[in-house]
Design a protein around this ligand. Structure first.
Ligand code: NAX
Length: 328
């Protein structure tokens, strides 16, 4: 039998954690033949709640789950980790300025980056879910100098999946009929879901829909503001859909994108498409053998250029702000 893969999950007692852990343990993260060991990280006040979730995980008797350890210390939690899902973060509360938010999260993601650097397995893959996800990933990455930068990614797969769902409804096709969806930029309201390169039956989705009004005034804002709409309706932020997207992100990264398709991941820029090198920005990527590659050579028209630049500008401002705070 295979050696279990160690998966560290932070914020394990939170609502995304609750939706995520059971799917990891049942084999959806890595595959139905891959045993997993869970390492849960929580703050001391939430360790008891994490223990409760661990009891329920035990009670599922998942054949692939070979153990659960719970920590309130990052260094221990990331020891030997092959996959790290950084979900726990400091949410923005009333009266908090952006600087306060970035600083509070720097206090979480800096030590976690250091802990990953110190003790994670050589093949560590990191997905940051906790917001502001792209910049939290940048902070962690900057404090893990011995880990290849490309192992740090942030999640825009939920935005990607939201875009697939909205387009499938509008075009009256199944989500599996849609290929090459892209989210560009930041996981924030400035993100740019791109229908010009997305395809339905091999044709540009923007052409198939043929409704620029809808694309600009309905589709883009609906996808970009979906998180707020969920909070408004549910009284709580997206949890199961976020967990599902995290599963998709890692599964695709490890198992590869399909021929003729790609996915969206926020990854360290190499300067492609005018995105400054080093920023963790969402791109169209293909994956193979556990590595990602930014899709090259796409033509970017003026409309898309403006949208991508605006979101990337926001990322550059966030990076400058965390630099000024001495967090990177
Ligand atoms: P919850 O508040 O339910 O859970 C967060 C958990 O993290 C809590 O149990 C808390 O004790 C724990 N935590 C805080 N600091 C920690 C630390 N230093 N180490 C370990 N654990 C720590 O939030 P939840 O709804 O689960 O959301 C988690 C994060 O995901 C939030 O930052 C949220 O904004 C972000 N999201 C990101 C999305 C994305 O697409 N990238 C979408 C969904 C979600 O909004």
């Amino acid at each position: 039998t295979r050696t279990p893969v160690s998966v560290t999950v932070t914020g394990a007692a939170g609502q995304i954690g609750y939706a995520l852990l059971f799917r990891i343990a049942s084999g959806h993260l890595l595959g139905a033949d891959v045993p997993v060991k869970l390492r849960l990280l929580e703050i001391p006040q939430a360790v008891k709640a994490a223990e409760g979730t661990a009891m329920e995980l035990d009670d599922c008797a998942f054949p692939l789950l070979s153990g659960i350890d719970i920590f309130d210390d990052a260094t221990k939690a990331f020891e030997g980790a092959n996959v790290a899902l950084l979900v726990g973060a400091r949410p923005r509360t009333k009266g908090m300025e952006r600087g306060d938010l970035l600083e509070a999260n720097g206090g979480i993601f800096r030590p976690q980056g250091e802990a990953i650097n110190a003790g994670a397995a050589d093949d560590i893959k990191v997905l940051v879910v906790g917001n502001p996800a792209n910049t939290n990933a940048l902070i962690a990455q900057q404090h893990a100098p011995d880990v290849p930068a490309e192992r740090f990614t942030a999640m825009t797969r939920l935005d990607h999946n939201r875009a697939l769902a909205q387009l499938s409804k509008k075009a009256g096709v199944s989500v599996s009929d849609i290929k090459k969806m892209t989210i560009w930029g930041n996981h924030s309201a400035t993100q740019y879901p791109d229908l010009f390169h997305a395809e339905i039956g091999g044709k540009s989705a923007a052409e198939v829909v043929g409704d620029q009004q809808w694309l600009e005034n309905d589709f883009i804002p609906t996808v970009a503001k979906r998180g707020a709409a969920i909070i408004e309706a549910r009284g709580a932020s997206s949890a199961a859909s976020a967990a599902s997207a995290a599963i998709d992100h890692v599964h695709t990264w490890v198992n590869g994108t399909a021929e003729g398709d790609w996915t969206s991941m926020a990854v360290v820029s190499d300067g492609s498409y005018g995105v400054p090198e080093g920023l963790i920005s969402s791109f169209p990527v293909t994956t193979k053998d556990g590595e990602w590659e930014i899709v090259q050579g796409l033509e970017i028209d003026d409309f898309s250029r403006g949208r991508i630049d605006a979101s990337v500008q926001e990322l550059a401002e966030e990076r400058d702000a965390v630099r000024k705070l001495g967090l990177i």
